[in-house]
Design a protein around this ligand. Sequence first.
Ligand code: FSO
Ligand code: SF4
Length: 549
Amino acid sequence: MGMYCNQCEEAAKDTACTVRGVCGKDETVSNLQDVLIYALKGLSLVAVTARNAGVVDAAVSRVLVEGLFATITNANFDKAVFVARIREAIAVREELKKKLAARGIKLPANLHDSARFNPNTEIEMLDAWTSASFLAIENADVRALRSLVIFGLKGMAAYVEHAGNLGKRDRGIVEFAERALAATVDDGLDAAALTALVLETGKYGVDAMALLDGANTGAYGNPEPTTVQLGVRSNPGILISGHDLKDLEELLIQTAGSGVDVYTHGEMLPAHYYPGFKKFGNFVGNYGSAWWKQTEEFDAFNGPVLLTTNCLVPPKANYMARIFTTGESGFPGCVHIADREDGGTKDFSALIEMARTCAPPKELERGTITGGFAHAAVDAVAPAVVEAVKNGAIKRFFVMAGCDGRMKGRDYYTEFAEALPKDTVILTAGCAKFRYNKLNLGDICGIPRVLDAGQCNDSYSLALTALKLKDAFGVADVNDLPISFNIAWYEQKAVIVLLALLHLGFRNIHLGPTLPAFLSPNVVTVLVNNFGIAGIGSVEDDVKLFMGA
Ligand code: FSO
Ligand code: SF4
C-alpha cells in the first residue's frame, strides 16, 4: 500500500515518509488520517452549500475541529479512532444532505468524490486512500499550497479545540475552515487564488490564537513572571504533558489533598505562570524537558503520565502501562480518559489510584527556571525595556519561538543562543525553549535574557509584544524594530503560527532547521521573494547576519 506524509519537519530524507513515519506512525494510521481529511473536505463542501442556504448543523464544526486536530503529528496513533471519525464525518455529511433535500436544495450534479464516497469498513476506507492522498494532486505547486492551507488548519483546529474546552468559540473561524477545506478540492483555483487562501488562513490563525489567549487568561489570569522548581518531592506524582489547561485544572482539583503531587512536562510547563494554578499546593514544578526526551523521562518519573495532546512518542514497554491519553491524543493499548459531558468533568481517578501505588519520581535535576513573560507581563516592564534599548543596553531582540525536535541539527539553537552577544534578549514560546532555557544566560538591567511567553500558541503574545514595541518606538513598520526572527518548527501548529506572523506583517523570518518538505521550489521562491522567508546557516554566519556585522 505505501504511505505519503510530509507534514512535519522530520519527514524522511527531507521529502516524505513513505514506508513508516519517523514519528512512529504506521502506514495504516497515516493513510486513514489522509482519508479522514478527505472525508472532512467532502463534509465541508456540503456544509458550505448548507450554510449558504441557512442550514447549520453544530455537529459539523465539532467533527471538523476534532478530526483536523487528531491528525496532527504525534497526537493519535490509534487506527480505531480514525475509522470511527471517518464514519462519523460521513454520517454527519449524509445527515446534512437529507436536511438540504427536505428543503428542496440541490447539490451540484458533479459533486466531488470526497462528498460522495461512502466506505464503511477499514479496508474500504484504505481503498479510498489513492484518491485521498496528497500524491493524487499532480501539480507540485497546487499540492504545496493546498498543503500549507490544510496543515495550517490542523494547527488552527488545535487552538480552537483548547479554547472550546474553556467555553470560548468563534463561528467565523470554523466557517473559514469549512470554506478553506472545500476550496482544497476545487480544481478551478489556480496558484494565485490558493496563495490568497494561504494568507487568509494566517488571518484566521491570528483570530484562533487570540481566542485561545482570551480563553486561557480569562479562566486562569494573566501569566506572570514565575520561578518554577525543577526538583522533586517524596510524594508519588502524576506527570501531565501536552497543551490543554482545562485538563490540568480538573486534574489539580481531583488530586488536591490526595497526597499525590502533579508535575508538568514539555508544553505544560507554562501552566505554572498562570495565577489560577498557583493555589494548588500539590502543583510542584516541571519534570524533564521537551517532548522528544519523554522515553527516558517518563520511565524515570515512576508514576502515571497524562498526555492531553501531542507530542506523544510511541511508549516503550517498560512504562506503557503508565501512559494515559485524553482529548485528541491516543495510542493503542493505553487507557484513554473519556471526554467530559456537557457541564461535567473528566474522571482522572484511575491515574490517582495508580499514582498511589507508584514510587516517587526519580530526581533528574535541581534548581529553577523562570518564565511567564506573556503580553501583560511584558506590558508591565515595557518602559524598562524601551529605556534599555534607547540607552544601548539591549541591542536586539531575537524571537526564537517554535518547536523542539530530536534531530541532531537542532543543537544549532542551543549554540545560537549561547553565541548571541550579551546585549541581546531572546523572546521565546513553545517547546523550542528547552534548547536554551536552562543555560543561565543572565539578565540585562534585571530583564532576563530569555523571556518565555508560554506555549507555542503564546507566539501570539510575542507578536503583540513586538507590535507594542513598534508603538513605543514610534516606528511605522514592525520590521524596522531591532527584532530578528529565528524560528524552529516541527509540526502543524508551527505552520499556523508562521502564517499568522506573515498576516501580522512580520517579514524576514528565518525558519529551521530545514524548510518544510511539503513546499515546492516555486512556492519557496514566492515565500522568499514576497516575505523574506529564509532558512538557517551556520551559527557563526547567522549571528553575524542578524547583528548586521
Ligand atoms: Fe511542541 Fe509538540 Fe507546542 Fe508542537 S510539544 S512540537 S508546535 O506539538 O505544539 O510546541
Ligand atoms: Fe513522517 Fe512527520 Fe508525517 Fe510522521 S508526521 S509520518 S514523521 S512527515
